[in-house]
Design a protein around this ligand. Sequence first.
Ligand code: K1U
Ligand code: ZN
Length: 173
Amino acid sequence: MAVRPVLLYPDPRLRLKAEEVTRFDAGLARLAEDMVETMYAHGGIGLAATQIGARERLLVLDVAEDRREPHVFINPVIVAREGHLTSEEGCLSIPDVRERVERAARVRVDARDLHGQPHTVEAEGLLAVCLQHEIDHLEGRLFLDRLSPPKRERLRRRYLAARRETERTAVRG
Ligand code: K1U
Ligand code: ZN
């Protein structure tokens, strides 16, 4: 297993749409293992393949309190949505930015497991939010895109200024 680097906004690869998985082989299992390890190493509750520059439609998540219940979703699709929920989100690709985002309160997601077997999950609460956040990544969408334009622009400018400052001080040593 290996921890992979996570792409940071505004890397254009974060805007690519993931491609459907058709081969359920050892390479796919290794990618999923690396993603779980990368998610834990970065302190995340989820991670989409897009965030490590992989094109597979694959996400991993673990919303358990003891962080010992990793789940893999391959070719996930939201087939039903219900209600509304606003909660604070963060993103490993946009460090130190958190904002409240409105999502569906409950979702039903169809997906495949690592053997290609279909399964369906009915989710609510944090699991529902995390699934929607990660499926957005697989569509090349970020949580910033779901904010009002003024709020998005304010957070974007603040984040880019903080990144420039970090790079400037890193260069000076
Ligand atoms: O996809 C990602 O960038 C991971 C992201 C997922 C996510 C966070 C919050 C709401 C929805 C989806 C993170 O895991 S950021 C880290 C984080 O918010 C967190 C970490 C540990 C416990 C609780 C939250
Ligand atoms: Zn994210």
